[in-house]
Ligand binder design. Sequence first.
Ligand SMILES: *Cc1c(COP(=O)(O)O)cnc(C)c1O
Length: 834
Amino acid sequence: MTGTFFPQPIFEGAEKRLELDFELACRSVEEVMVVESADSDSEASCGLRTLKEAEWNKLLQPAECCIVSSKSNGYCDAYLLSESSLFVYESRVVLKTCGRTKILDAVPGIVSAALENQQIGLKLRRAKYSRSAFKCPEQQPEPHTNFSLEVEALNGLFGHLKGGGHAYVLGDQVSNALWHVYTAGQVQEMIMESRIAKEDLMTLEICMTGLDSKYCEQFTCDANSNLKGTKKKLRTESGIEKMLGSQEAIDDYVFDPCGYSLNSVKGETLVTIHITPEDSFSYASIEVCGIKRSEDFDSNAFVQLVADLFKPQSLYVVATCDGFASALEWCDCKLGHSEPGAGSGQMFEKLFSANQVMTRYGNCAFHAFASDGVREEFGSGNMAAKLDKPPFSPITVLREDGMSFSDSSSSGSSEEAQRDETLLPLSESDMDTNFVKRVRADTIETSNCVERYAGCKIRELGLEDTFYVFDLGNVYRRMKTWQRLLPRVKPFYAVKCNPDPGVLSTLASLGTGFDCASQMELESVLSLGVSPDSVVYANACKRPSDLRHMRQTGTLLTTFDSESELLKIKQYHPSAQVVLRIRADDPNARCYLGNKYGAETYEVEHLLRKTIELGLNLVGVSFHVGSGASDPEAFRMAIGLARQVFNAALALGITTMDLLDIGGGFSGGTGDGTEALGKVARVIRASLDKHFGEEGRYRIIAEPGRYFSEGACSLFTCVYGKRRREEKMEYWLTDGLYGSMNCVIYDHAKLAPKPFFLKSSAPVEDLDLYSSTLFGPTCDGLDTVLKDVMMPRLDNGDWIIFPAMGAYTISAASNFNGISACDPQIFYVVSKTE
Ligand SMILES: *Cc1c(COP(=O)(O)O)cnc(C)c1O
């Protein structure tokens, strides 16, 4: 889940690299040395290697990357990541992540895992962060947008280490051929004093842009997402094998549709290669790390080999020594002067070399080359300018905190938006918008400004296809309303209702739990950093793989309503906390569920006995009155029924029950939720007081879906075809029953279309209305959104708004007929009031 909800025309190949060295907590240096040498002989994993793949995956979540495969040798566990690589030694971690990853967000977790795990007990000794220049720094998440912000963040994380933090920028500022390094902490004191205790280890990093496109073609999949040959063949033919020499463990991965990553280890030395082959932003990095100074390694020959293969337009070489040997001497990089030889014949000009001795931390040398004639390829700034379109419109280039509508980089068209006074943010914030995470959101004054905002977007971006505006301010106010009206009930948002990452992350930071029913839903929630304790797997009939996945992720709470489900749980996830779902439904609900889920009263006793017999941990009772329930009395009956189940369980000697889950079924609609919840909340509070009154004795949760997401999302569709049939008008819209309007079929939704942003200049109220039919875009007669609605005369390019379209719309859309309706463009806003 790496920011795929924004247009990302450029992939940032350049990696952020973090190296963390640890030492045993509360031991003297001498002991550390003894332990370190003892460790390398033993076969069993020690130190950080005690942590296994699943744990690392969790630790990497905040950085927004995950493990795709792994290989190990006696020294190191090497993980290939969705974005680059992770190497774990007993007391050292090397983490490289590319794209828009948030590498620093993973640090606190790793550091505390190292210290707090009883079997590890390591504390951080020193840290090093480095990177080259980004092509599009403005697309990076903070603090990576510029180095000073990064240094501030790094000092926050590492500044306390003995020796303090230091930051260096090497290279040419004008052409943006730069290398950034931050270090904190120091070489072990004993080594510093004696200068001989440990052999210096060298690292060679090569970064290249403007790669030879013929060469890059090898690292793409064919149209069927298949590799063109075997990976072994690819390694041989691409010359990568030659680069590796004899390695012990090779692990490589070809991404679909393109991209290549490789890890390999030999002894303590690691090699890692990452290739982003796309022509307009090609990038490759090659690192050899942990080479002993005394080892026979010809760094110049290695660089020449790499340069001949990739034929890059620009090439950086960074040599680093973690001790006292000179990195510059070890790698003086004569590349520019060597003869073309058997290679491409491409000549490289050395632009400059820089040498940096780092305070108490070794030293590094930085060399920059350009292939003859092409030097402007260097530099991040020009890159974006060279593209036809800016990466995304200035107005959406807004800060992560979601508060600033006017960004320093905005220009032209966004000034127009700023003059539009309803769009200006309040000078004083009466609302803490820190809850907006992971997505960029523009601030608007009231929820009524959504239409205006959409109008600006249409004009500014020339939109012509379906899009949504999600008002996260509305989600926020609905949470406040919930807490006010149902203070005893903790909401667990039903992900299926709308799994949009902006909605999920907003709810997560407002402190809701989540109701998941599949592996994908659970993954998307956990990847936000939500604890498995805040998840109820409220699918009463799970597939074996779902149960295994629950178990793997440490998710415990789940519902059941049959004996067969209990047997499955016993088999696949015996430590689960099970919740008996009973049938207690409102027969008038918009979506009736009682036919499929919920144990009948006469089945309850048998199921209770079965949980005892199987030794399962029964923790409570749940129900769902049906989605879009209309009668608050359904909750009164259901809570009463749940009490009877608690009593029956007690009579059987079950004393473990403390959870009541009152399910979903709350109304959506527009507004801050007071209207939706008011009446039903009163009934629920009274019933809870009556049946579950004992303060502190019960955990009460609910699984609202519609309540949180329906009103927050407005759908905008464009008219792109029209016809007149006698007195009636017919229009074609960019969205239909196979897209978001599937809610007409599955969710019995009543749509309320509103013409909007018409080309006609007359006020909408004054226009004559005609009976109209609205068609969806697929070639199916069924795809008729509405018939005989009264509409003013519309033109191609006019728009229609469908408000309150956040529930059961996108989540069930399909791409039928090749019309992609599953991931429409989404704009996030935060309105300050309704
Ligand atoms: C769909 C569903 C919900 C959400 O229902 P809403 O009516 O959207 O609140 C809650 N719990 C379960 C088990 C569901 O299947």
